[in-house]
Design a binder for this molecule. Structure first.
Ligand SMILES: Cc1ncc(COP(=O)(O)O)c(C=O)c1O
Ligand SMILES: N[C@@H](CCCC[NH3+])C(=O)O
Length: 424
């Protein structure tokens, strides 16, 4: 359920016509609905309310500070994976004591920043990282609260590029080695092991892999406690999928109640790191048709958004529904099959392939649906394309929450050395 709907054949985000926003800010533009963001957060959190928990929004999905603030206002913490994400979270006003820091490659400077901010917990992903976190904590006269990110070797049954909990993946530490490392961590002056963590993948559409992973972690917590290591937090990551096309992921209520049942009597504070579920269907990418072109084998609709704006179709062959912003423009009727492509000089620059959709005309606005997660946050400047504007709709008002980049932004920080500037 989201707040993008047609009223008299015109697409609205909440109470604002999408066309009106595009006339003011141009295209391509990401448009998010505050109502949907809040609704998704509440629906996700609801089943966890009876137990001690923190929802730490995984901000890599959509990291605009206005979006972070929407969730922080609802009590959300944040799952971060870099110094840059820490900076954004603090800039948005997220409470540092609700921040967890995951990621396989934390630099000493980033660890220092997180220690100084006094975040809740580092999710440590290797033995070398554990030593570095200890060393940095001692150097700063602090103790780092940590969990080890365990790789439980569970198949998440998702796209191989976004599976993280198999032993062939770079993420986390296997169960046996983790148990050993907790023992070693107990002797480290700068380390306080308070949690166990895992995140097995993204866009999961089955419940069983989550439960299997939790069972492995539960077993570990029992072993650790029997060794005198008192684990207080269980972080089960994110990963719950959303319907993009035909998928039927478990409803958040089902996911939540199954997990709450599974950890009954475990006596831990649960940490949840949803990303896609909170923002995916709360955002769209609106683009304008530049040209239509009939090739010998295919029809192409060339639009002003491209793989630099939304890379998911190119990277994972991901499906995003295409909706016309005005359903019956210029009396064009009928259905077509076409590739929706951008201006970038790559054959993989497509937003939809061989897609059946309503016929379109040059100048029409099209909405790529479910683009709120891993849309803008994975965008780039490839082909020197300024990144899109981001807009947040709130009832009958809207706010530009990120300006469209300018050409000047494209060369910010670039310099021609004087020796190269000389022409003679
Ligand atoms: C450590 C970690 N936590 C949480 C998430 C959020 O995942 P999702 O957006 O699938 O909920 C990710 C991304 O997959 C992640 O790497
Ligand atoms: N970027 C991916 C998900 C990976 C999540 C990061 N751990 C997507 O668009 O589906």
């Amino acid at each position: 359920m989201h707040h993008f709907q047609y009223i008299n054949d015109e697409l609205f985000c909440e109470n604002v016509p999408v066309r009106q926003i595009c006339e003011a800010v141009g295209t391509p533009a990401f448009i998010y609905s505050r109502g949907t963001l809040e609704r998704h957060f509440r629906i996700f959190e609801e089943p966890f309310l009876p137990v001690d928990h923190i929802v730490c929004y995984s901000m890599k999905a959509c990291s605009n500070i206005a979006i972070l603030r929407v969730f922080a206002n609802l009590g959300s913490g944040t799952d971060i994976v870099s110094g840059g994400e820490l900076f954004r979270a603090l800039a948005a006003g997220v409470d540092a004591s609700r921040i967890v820091y995951s990621g396989v490659g934390k630099k000493a400077s980033e660890i220092d920043e997180a220690l100084k901010a006094e975040i809740l917990m580092f999710n440590v992903e290797s033995e070398e990282e554990l030593h570095l976190v200890n060393q940095r904590a001692v150097a700063l006269g602090k103790r780092a609260r940590i969990a080890l990110r365990v790789n439980p070797n569970v198949d998440p049954l998702t796209h191989p590029y976004i599976s993280t909990g198999l032993k062939k993946n770079k993420f986390g530490i296997d169960v046996e080695r983790s148990l050993e490392l907790y023992g070693r961590a107990a002797d480290m002056e700068g380390i306080e092991a308070i949690g166990v963590d895992c995140h097995i993948g993204s866009q999961l559409t089955e419940l069983s892999p989550f439960l299997e992973a939790i069972d492995r972690l539960k077993e570990m917590i029992g072993i650790l406690r029997s060794r005198g290591i008192s684990i207080q937090y269980l972080d089960i990551g994110g990963g719950l999928g959303i319907p993009y096309d035909q998928e039927e992921p478990p409803a958040p209520s089902l996911y939540g109640t199954a997990i709450v049942d599974r950890i009954a009597n475990l006596n831990v504070k649960l940490i949840l790191e949803p990303g896609r579920l909170l923002v995916g269907n709360a955002g769209i990418l609106v683009t304008q048709v530049l040209f239509r072109k009939q090739g010998p084998e295919k029809s192409f609709i060339i639009v002003d958004a491209a793989m630099n704006d939304l890379i998911r179709p190119s990277l994972y062959n991901a499906h995003h529904a295409v909706w016309k912003v005005a359903r019956k423009t210029n009396g064009v009727n009928g259905r077509i099959v076409a590739d929706l492509v951008g201006p970038i000089c790559e054959s993989s620059d497509f937003l939809a392939q061989s897609r059946e959709m309503e016929a379109v005309e040059t100048g029409d606005l099209l909405a790529l649906m479910s683009a709120g997660a891993y849309g803008f946050s994975m965008s780039s400047n490839y082909n020197s394309r300024p990144r899109a504007a981001e807009v947040l709709v709130d009832g009958d008002r809207y706010f530009v929450i990120r300006d469209r980049e300018s050409y000047q932004d494209l060369i910010r920080g670039e310099h021609i050395p004087p020796a190269i500037l000389q022409t003679s």
